[in-house]
Design a protein around this ligand. Structure first.
Ligand code: HTL
Ligand code: MG
Length: 658
C-alpha cells in the first residue's frame, strides 16, 4: 500500500462519522496578485505528485486551483463557473485514481480545467482556446490524460462504457470513471448509455455532478427527480428502512454503507424506484460535492466495487466565487473581468445575430399565434431570454436533446402550430435524421433558426458550424436561406411562416446592424440580389462571406457581386445570366467546400449545361482548430485578402494587398 492510500485508509472521516453536520469550508481567498498564492499547487503538476499530499491538504489544494482558474478565466470567453464547481470532485478523482493508467472521461469537457491543471498543463492555461494553445475541452490529441475528445454533451457515459468493455475484452485492469453534469444527463444519448451500462454491468464509476444548472436552469423530469433526492434527508427514511436496504447487500458493502450513510442520504438497490437503480446501477448519494476528503474516501471504495456505480454529488456552479455562485448563468462563460475586483471590462455595445433573431421572433409571435419556439438548452445563447418571458406558453426548453427539439417540432406542426427550432449549427448535427425523417418527408412547416453557423473561433473543432449547408442541402424540399443582415433575417422568417414547408435560416456568430422594429422585407423566395452589376468575373457570396466579398471589391471596378441569399432553391435565372455573361465565377461561403454553396453552383451549372469556370472558396476539408474567427477564415483562404488574390489569379487588375 503506498503512502497516499495509507493516509486515505486511516483518515478519520470528520463530521459525518461523528454524527455532527458537515462543516462548510471557509470561503476561497480572493485572488491577489504578486505573493505566492499556491504553495501546494506549486508542488503538484501531475497525478503522481498529487499523491504526495496528505488527504487533509486536499481542500487547500482545491482552493488554490480555483484561484488559478479565476485568474486564467479573467481574460474572458472561458468556462469559469462550471470548472470552479467541478474542481473538488476532480481533485478527489485524481487523488484516488492513477491517470493515465486509470481513465477519467469528462462530459462536454468545459468543466475540466482543474483536470488540465493537475495533468501537467498549468503553464499553458493562459493559451486555452487561443490559436495553437490548449483546447477549451478535453482532447485525446492534447494529453494522454484526456481519454475522449469532447465539446458536445452527453457522450461520456457511452464513451466510458466502451472504455470499460474494451478493458474487459482485452483482459486489462484499469479503473474507469465518467464525470457527467446534470445538464448533460438530459441528453438522450446519456440516458440510452445508462440502459446498456445497467445491462452489461461493467465495473465503472459515474460521478454525477449535479449543480441544478445547465447553462440556464436545468429542466426535465430527471432534474426534478434529482431535486427530490437532494431535499430528502436520510433520517426521513427511518432507521428501519435504511437497515432493510443495507441488509440486501453483502456484509462488507453493508458495513461500508452504514459508515457513509450519514453523508450519503440514499443507497438504492436495483429494485427500488430510483431510476438509476432501476436501470441496474448502484446509486450512492447525494453527497457534498465540495467535501473533497469525503468524496475521495467514498470514491476510493466505490471504485473497488463490482459493476457500475453512480455517485451523485451536489455542487455549486461557480463555487468559491461569490459573484459566480450568485449568478451562474452570467458566469458560465463570462466576458473579460478583473480577477481582483471581479468587475467586467466595459462592454462594447453590440447587437448580435442572436439578438436579431430573438427580437424578430418575439415580435412575430405577437402577429402569429401559431408560432412556437423550441430550444435545446440554449436560451441565452440563442437570444431567447426576452421571448421566453413574453411568450412563456409558446416556449419550450427540452434540455440538451436536439433530437427531441426537432421531432417535437414535427409533432407540433402536424397539429397546426408553426414551430421554430432555435439551434446552433454544430448541435443540429445531432438531429440530422430527425430533420430528414420526421420533418422533411412530409414537407412539414418547421423553421430551423440556425445560429453560430460557420466558423465559431475559440470553441474550435467541436463547435464549428461549417457542415450544415452540406448536410441540409441534400434533404429534398428543405429551403436554406442565408440572410446578409438582421433585416433579411426578418424577411426570411416572415416568408418562411407564410410559405410553409421546412426552412433553414442560418446566420453566423457575431454582430449585425439592428433592423427596424415592425419591418418585414418581402423577399421573393429563392431570389438573389445583384449588389454590383456586370463584370467579366462575378463573385457569388452567401451570408457572412458577403462581408468579405464586399470588402474585397470595394475599390475594384468591373467585378460583379451577388448576394446569394438562398442556397436552396438557387436563383436559377440569375445564375444562368451571370454564368453566360462572365468569364469566371468565384463562390465564397462560411461552410466546408465539400457539398456546400460552391458545390451547389457547380451542380446547377452542370444541370444547365454551362461550363463557366468556378473558383470555390470556403472552409477546406479539414477540421478547423481554435483561433479567432477572422484568423480561421484567413487560413481557410476565404477572407477579403484571399478573394483579391484569387481575382488577381483570374486576371483581374486588382491591387492584391488590401
Ligand atoms: N448541445 C450539445 C449536444 N452539446 C453542448 N455542449 C451544448 C448543447 C451546449 N452546452 C455547453 S455546456 C452546456 C451546454 C448546454 C451545459 C451543460 O450542463 P451540465 O454542466 O450540467 O452538464 P455544468 O455547466 O457544469 O452545469 C457547451 O457547449 C460548453
Ligand atoms: Mg449542471
Amino acid at each position: 500500500m503506498n503512502d497516499r492510500r495509507k493516509s486515505l485508509q486511516s483518515v478519520q472521516r470528520p463530521a459525518a462519522l461523528l454524527g455532527t453536520p458537515p462543516t462548510r469550508l471557509p470561503p476561497a481567498p480572493l485572488v491577489r496578485s504578486g505573493s505566492s498564492l499556491s504553495p501546494l499547487l506549486d508542488r503538484v503538476s501531475s497525478p503522481e505528485e498529487l499523491k504526495t499530499l496528505s488527504v487533509e491538504q486536499l481542500p487547500q489544494l482545491a482552493r488554490e486551483i480555483r484561484d488559478e482558474i479565476v485568474r486564467v478565466c479573467s481574460v474572458g470567453g472561458l468556462h469559469l463557473a462550471s470548472s470552479l464547481g467541478a474542481t473538488d470532485l476532480i481533485v478527489a478523482l485524481h487523488y484516488v485514481l492513477n491517470s493515465p493508467h486509470d481513465k477519467i472521461l469528462f462530459d462536454v469537457g468545459h468543466q475540466a480545467y482543474a483536470h488540465k491543471i493537475l495533468t501537467g498543463r498549468r503553464g499553458q492555461m493562459s493559451t486555452i482556446k487561443k490559436e495553437g494553445g490548449l483546447s477549451g475541452f478535453t482532447r485525446v490529441s492534447e494529453s494522454p490524460h484526456d481519454v475522449s475528445t469532447v465539446g458536445h454533451a452527453s457522450t461520456s457515459l457511452a464513451s466510458a462504457l466502451g472504455t470499460a468493455l474494451a478493458r474487459d475484452a482485452l483482459g486489462q485492469s484499469y479503473k474507469v470513471a465518467a464525470v457527467i453534469g446534470d445538464g448533460a444527463l438530459t441528453g438522450g444519448m446519456a440516458l440510452a448509455a445508462l440502459n446498456t451500462i445497467g445491462d452489461k454491468q461493467p465495473n465503472m464509476l459515474v460521478v454525477l455532478n449535479d449543480n441544478e444548472m445547465s447553462i440556464s436552469e436545468n429542466v426535465g423530469a430527471m432534474s426534478r427527480f434529482m431535486r427530490g433526492l437532494q431535499v430528502q434527508k436520510w433520517f426521513q427514511e427511518g432507521e428501519g428502512a435504511s437497515k432493510k436496504a443495507l441488509s440486501s447487500f453483502s456484509k462488507p458493502l453493508a458495513d461500508m454503507l452504514s459508515r457513509v450513510k450519514s453523508s450519503t442520504r440514499h443507497f438504492f438497490d436495483p429494485a427500488s424506484i430510483n431510476p438509476f437503480a432501476a436501470m441496474g446501477l448502484r446509486y450512492v448519494g447525494p453527497v457534498d460535492g465540495h467535501d473533497v476528503i469525503e468524496m475521495a474516501w467514498l470514491m476510493e471504495r466505490l471504485l473497488d466495487l463490482e459493476g457500475p456505480t453512480i455517485l451523485h454529488v451536489a455542487t455549486r456552479k461557480g463555487k468559491g466565487l461569490d459573484f459566480a455562485e450568485a449568478d451562474p448563468i452570467k458566469w458560465h462563460g463570462p466576458a473579460q473581468f478583473d480577477p481582483v475586483t471581479h468587475e467586467f471590462a466595459a462592454a462594447k455595445s453590440s447587437y448580435s445575430w442572436s439578438n436579431a433573431f430573438g427580437d424578430a421572433v418575439t415580435e412575430l409571435a405577437r402577429l402569429d399565434q401559431r408560432l412556437f419556439v423550441i430550444t435545446p438548452a440554449m436560451r441565452e445563447g440563442s437570444g431567447l431570454v426576452e421571448y421566453s418571458k413574453v411568450h412563456p406558453s409558446r416556449y419550450l426548453d427540452v434540455g440538451i436533446a436536439e433530437e427531441v427539439a426537432v421531432t417535437a417540432a414535427a409533432g407540433m406542426s402536424l397539429q397546426g402550430l408553426r414551430p421554430v427550432v432555435a439551434i446552433y449549427s454544430t448541435f443540429l448535427q445531432r438531429a440530422y435524421d430527425q430533420v430528414l425523417h420526421d420533418v422533411a418527408i412530409e414537407h412539414l412547416p418547421v423553421i430551423f433558426a440556425i445560429d453560430r453557423a460557420g466558423v465559431v473561433g475559440a470553441d474550435g473543432a467541436t463547435h464549428n458550424g461549417v457542415f450544415d449547408l452540406s448536410f441540409l442541402r441534400s434533404i429534398p424540399g428543405l429551403s436554406i436561406g442565408l440572410p446578409r443582415d438582421a433585416a433579411e433575417l426578418r424577411g426570411m422568417l416572415k416568408g418562411a411562416l407564410e410559405r410553409g414547408g421546412p426552412v433553414a435560416i442560418r446566420y453566423p456568430r457575431g454582430n449585425t446592424p439592428r433592423a427596424e422594429v415592425g419591418t418585414w422585407p418581402e423577399l421573393a423566395w429563392g431570389s438573389w440580389e445583384r449588389l454590383k452589376p456586370g463584370g467579366e468575373v462575378v463573385v457569388l457570396a452567401a451570408g457572412k462571406a458577403l462581408e468579405y466579398a464586399e470588402a474585397a471589391l470595394r475599390d475594384v471596378p468591373g467585378v460583379g457581386l451577388v448576394n446569394a441569399r438562398f442556397v436552396k432553391p438557387l436563383d436559377g435565372a440569375m445564375l444562368r445570366e451571370v454564368a453566360l455573361s462572365a468569364r469566371a465565377l468565384v463562390t465564397v461561403e462560411d461552410n466546408t467546400v465539400v457539398g456546400g454553396f460552391g458545390a451547389a453552383i457547380l451542380e446547377a451549372l452542370s444541370a444547365l449545361g454551362l461550363s463557366t469556370p468556378v473558383r470555390v472558396l470556403g472552409v477546406p476539408d479539414e477540421f478547423q482548430e481554435h483561433a479567432t474567427v477572422e484568423r480561421v477564415h484567413a487560413l481557410s483562404g476565404m477572407d477579403a485578402q484571399a478573394i483579391r488574390t484569387v481575382l488577381a489569379e483570374l486576371g483581374v487588375a486588382v491591387p492584391i494587398e488590401l
